[in-house]
Write a protein that binds this ligand. Structure first.
Ligand code: FAD
Ligand code: MLT
Ligand code: ZN
Length: 462
């Protein structure tokens, strides 16, 4: 059964006919996820230009019992932003709502609409002498609404926390079309339940984020970026301890990268690390407004060599060199996609368990899925490893998930540290989260979205 024509006409009346796409090539980018794993068939894509129009569209869906899938930049890696293949779900794209409404450099806040591209918001904050520290390789396409709805992580979580830690206020359209306006810029607000937390990380299953107020930080005057080679993940952890001792709270990124990752980047992006080959690498960034950071970083590097924790290393001499080191890290995901099929895992385990996890997952795959290769990299400072398994025809993704996630569970870890559940991990969540925890989630979903119209089949099984 397809969507009634009069419903499509109603959407056109609300958003304007030019902003309701029902077929043709313009529909395609909205129908499939970034990884091209989940081809969907949207009944249409609707692109409203204001919160009031979003509210009217959601109200129309509520009245006609039509399911809708919110979409921002469509860079999500869990298939959360695309509809199913029924032809009965509509995509609600926020990409026309891209304004930055306000920047307050003294109060250190930015208010932006959901469709504002993350990089645009970062640049606007920088122009005001402030910093929006959410940073990820997809920042040129990911949107503020998507970042909030996914509770995105990225490379600066170690110092600034997940996106959740930076959200001060939210405007959300609820599943019946009501607008809940909590766009407050307050640092302290204990007036009742902090309801916005429910929507952060809910992956579009509870409400549509239409705007957010985010916290900004002082823009550090100095930064150092270093790339070090280490023998193994144990040495990387010892390095983390040393860096914490020497650079303390000035560390903003501590990224682990395997030799396989760099081989993929060399092959598909033509970029090579400027240090001797090793099995494992660590990319470190520290930033401060006070002088002396570079000297502290050089002393740390000296100690790392002295104690034989680092095998080789380089500190960037300029901003351009720092950008080159970061480009090596930022090209890993794209290069992996160019290499062929992979089964991604976005796992976290207690930090000190990371080396054991890597060994045990490798052993389990060698016996359970021979012929696979592992592309491991990620945010070691957060205990979050992207343990991506490169596969050939004949390898079974579901059994590879099971092998890796069982090792994660044995270490008390999580099957998604930052990318979320979407549709990719919805079955796995049922297996690895306890019954009472899943029941709390179902109760929340039933209470907020009793008709089950917002992003059905994502996060929780229907
Ligand atoms: P989308 O992909 O459009 O949507 C993501 C989810 O949020 C979907 O469930 C969607 O329904 C929902 N949603 C989107 N907008 C709204 C809204 N306004 N209201 C309600 N729900 C909404 N993620 C990380 O956490 N850390 C990383 O380091 C990282 N690196 C990445 C690198 C690459 C190369 C790529 C391709 C992706 C990476 N990601 C990373 C994943 C992705 O970029 C983030 O999850 C990002 O926050 C998604 O933003 P988006 O606007 O593209 O959202
Ligand atoms: C990253 O950190 O680059 C992305 O979150 C990782 C991925 O592609 O798995
Ligand atoms: Zn990541």
């Amino acid at each position: 059964m397809s969507i009634p024509t009069d419903f499509l006409e109603r959407l056109k009346e609300i958003a304007g006919p030019a902003y309701v796409i029902t077929d043709g090539p313009d529909l395609e980018p909205y129908a499939i996820d970034w990884r091209k794993l989940f081809p969907g068939r949207p009944a249409c894509v609707v692109r409203p230009s204001s919160s009031a129009l979003v509210a009217r569209i959601v109200q129309a869906c509520h009245e006609s019992e039509i399911a809708l899938v919110p979409q921002g930049g469509n860079t999500g890696l869990a298939g959360g932003a695309v509809p199913d293949a029924s032809g009965r779900q509509i995509v609600l794209s926020l990409n026309r709502m891209a304004a930055i409404r306000n920047i307050d450099p003294v109060g250190m806040t930015i208010e932006a609409e959901a469709g504002c591209i993350l990089k645009v918001a970062q640049d606007a904050a920088a122009a005001a002498g402030r910093m929006l520290p959410i940073s990820l390789a997809a920042e040129g396409s990911a949107t503020i609404g998507g970042v909030v709805a996914a509770n995105a992580g990225g490379v600066n979580v170690l110092r600034y926390g997940m996106s959740r830690n930076l959200v001060l206020g939210l405007e959300v359209v609820l599943p019946d079309g009501t607008i809940a306006n909590g766009l407050r810029r307050l640092r302290k607000d204990n007036a009742g339940y902090d309801w916005k937390q429910l929507f952060i990380g809910s992956e579009g299953t509870l409400g549509i984020v239409t705007a957010a107020v985010l916290r900004l930080l002082p823009r550090p005057k100095h930064s150092v970026t270093a790339l070090l080679a280490v023998a193994d993940p144990d040495a990387a952890l010892r390095l983390l301890e040393l860096v914490q001792d020497e650079l303390g709270d000035q560390i903003s990124a501590f990224e682990l990268i395997s030799q396989t990752s760099f081989q993929l980047v060399a092959k598909h992006a033509g970029l090579k690390p400027p240090i001797a080959e090793g099995e494992w690498f660590v990319l470190i960034e520290a930033a401060s407004s006070l002088a002396g950071l570079r000297e502290a970083a050089e002393a740390m590097l000296g100690t790392a060599f002295e104690r034989e924790i680092a095998l080789d290393g380089v500190i960037a001499e300029s901003g351009a060199q720092a950008a080159q080191l970061w480009a090596l890290r930022e090209h890993v995901t794209e290069s992996e996609a160019k290499e062929g099929k992979s089964v991604k895992h976005d796992v976290s385990v207690p930090l000190t368990s990371v080396p054991r996890f890597l060994v045990e997952a490798g052993q389990a795959l060698a016996s359970g899925a021979p012929g696979t290769r592992v592309n491991a990299f990620g945010h070691l400072g957060d205990g979050n490893i992207h343990y991506n398994v490169l596969v050939e025809a004949g390898h079974d993704a579901a059994s590879i998930n099971r092998i890796v996630h069982d090792v994660v569970a044995a270490h008390g870890g999580s099957i998604s540290a930052e990318h979320g559940i979407g549709q990719y991990r919805v079955g796995e969540l049922e297996r690895y989260r306890s019954g009472p925890e899943l029941e709390i989630a179902r109760k929340i979903k039933r209470a907020v979205d009793p008709q089950g119209l917002l992003n059905p089949g994502k996060v929780l099984l229907p």
